[in-house]
Design a protein around this ligand. Structure first.
Ligand SMILES: Cc1cc2nc3c(=O)[nH]c(=O)nc-3n(C[C@H](O)[C@H](O)[C@H](O)COP(=O)(O)OP(=O)(O)OC[C@H]3O[C@@H](n4cnc5c(N)ncnc54)[C@H](O)[C@@H]3O)c2cc1C
Length: 371
């Protein structure tokens, strides 16, 4: 009945579904969730598009991908400029001239560079043995202590002295007044939210929600010639070799009876004592509101906490260590033997993909598949 059954209405599945449909194929998309859009799902709360599975900022240097997504959504001019809050002191991120001016009172790039160099020399670390030494050897003690230490320790649940040096390879330092976090030619948030963008991709395509592939596998498999599977690869094989691990995040979302809580989309709490790593205020992803956010009298915030992951929790970041890498390779061997099934996307390939990369990957697959 169908050329393709697509398991997962996230970005990978939706891009594939659109391309296959436009190439004249008949597709059926299913998702176990009651909504489309997967990890980029945005939910309407108080007329604010709340990023349900974590803040998502679209950024890319890939013109083909940019041209593609802008077919389905208009993008606003949001620029990611997070603020760091260290015990009430506010600093600009990523580290740039605004940060250095606040930290040391320096005014020129030369003064800032000299201050960083002075701190690196004072530390005198030539061979860093752990993350703390590595960070100090790159940017000096002040930036490490106020902006890196506490945040990193909360993220990893461990002391920086007990974390390996290789986690931080480089710490970009900008000697310009530039708070734009991403070095990308194109950046923004889809006007109306990501869910609307994905709905536009799936326009005219048959989608069945609340449908778990594994609960109906035999019946569903019989419906299509081929399957594009974007769920977790280990789940597909019933965890027969063991579960792949993820790093997790817990969100506490709250509606506040005020128009403006923190004046910015993202504030990172870089001290160790504050239990959350950052607070997202969702309304600030939307551009064009008046300065105080008064056009919507309420605001929605999400506190983010790093947390341990266990089977059954929402999977967030794949763990790129040797053990999980080797386990994935074993699952990949099994996947390669499945003639009828194509594994794709962040869970199907156990890979951290930014949105632009996952779209590029789905476009690449469609070119090969539908040629
Ligand atoms: C916390 C976090 C923040 C991020 N922030 C950014 C950002 O700022 N910028 C950026 O570019 N990228 C960001 N990303 C990456 C982005 O989320 C991914 O690139 C993208 O969502 C991947 O799409 P996907 O289709 O591969 O996976 P998903 O969106 O996870 O889609 C997979 C779908 O398959 C469905 N599914 C799974 N199993 C089954 C089953 N058995 N039956 C039926 N359906 C099933 C799921 O319900 C899901 O809808 C972030 C990722 C995380 C984790």
């Amino acid at each position: 009945m169908y050329d393709y059954l697509i398991v997962g209405a996230g970005l990978f599945g939706s891009v594939f579904a659109r391309q296959a449909t436009d190439a004249g194929k008949k597709v059926l998309v299913i998702d176990k969730h009651p909504n489309i859009a997967g990890n980029v799902y945005t939910e309407d709360i108080e007329n604010i598009h709340v990023h349900k599975y974590g803040a998502h900022i679209f950024h890319t240097n890939n013109k083909e991908v940019w041209n593609y997504v802008t077919r389905f959504a208009e993008f606003n001019r949001f620029t990611n400029s997070p603020v760091a809050n260290y015990k009430g002191e506010l600093y600009s991120l990523p580290f740039n001239m605004y940060t250095f001016n606040k930290m040391w009172g320096v005014v020129t790039p030369e003064e800032a560079a000299a201050k960083i160099e002075e701190q690196r020399n004072e530390a005198g670390i030539t061979e860093p043995h752990n993350l703390e030494e590595q960070a100090i050897s790159l940017v000096g003690k002040d930036i490490y202590e106020k902006l890196i230490k506490g945040y990193t320790e909360k993220q990893w649940g461990r002391d920086c002295k007990d974390l390996p040096a290789f986690i931080i390879k480089r710490l970009p330092v900008r000697l310009t007044f530039d708070n734009n976090y991403f070095n990308a030619l194109y950046q923004g948030i889809p006007v109306g939210g990501y869910t609307k963008m994905v709905a536009n991709m799936l326009d005219g395509i048959e989608v069945r929600l609340d449908t778990d592939y594994f609960e109906n596998k035999t019946k569903l498999d019989a419906l299509a010639d081929k399957i594009v599977y974007t769920g977790a690869i280990d789940a597909y094989f019933e965890y027969q070799l063991g579960a792949l691990e993820y790093r997790s995040v817990r969100f506490e979302t709250e509606v506040l009876d005020k128009p403006n809580f923190q004046g910015n989309a993202a504030v990172n709490y870089t001290d160790r004592e504050t239990p959350w790593t950052r607070i997202i205020e969702h309304k600030w992803f939307e551009f064009g509101k008046d300065d105080a956010g008064n056009d919507i009298p309420k605001t929605v915030i999400s506190r983010e906490y790093s947390s341990e992951w266990k089977v059954g929790d929402e999977p967030y970041y794949p763990v790129n260590d040797e053990k999980n890498g080797a386990l994935y390779q074993e699952y990949k061997k099994l996947a390669d033997k499945e003639q009828k099934v194509i594994f794709g996307g962040r869970l199907g390939e156990y890979k951290y993909y930014d949105m632009d990369a996952v779209i590029a990957s789905a476009l690449e697959l469609t070119e090969k598949e539908l040629d």
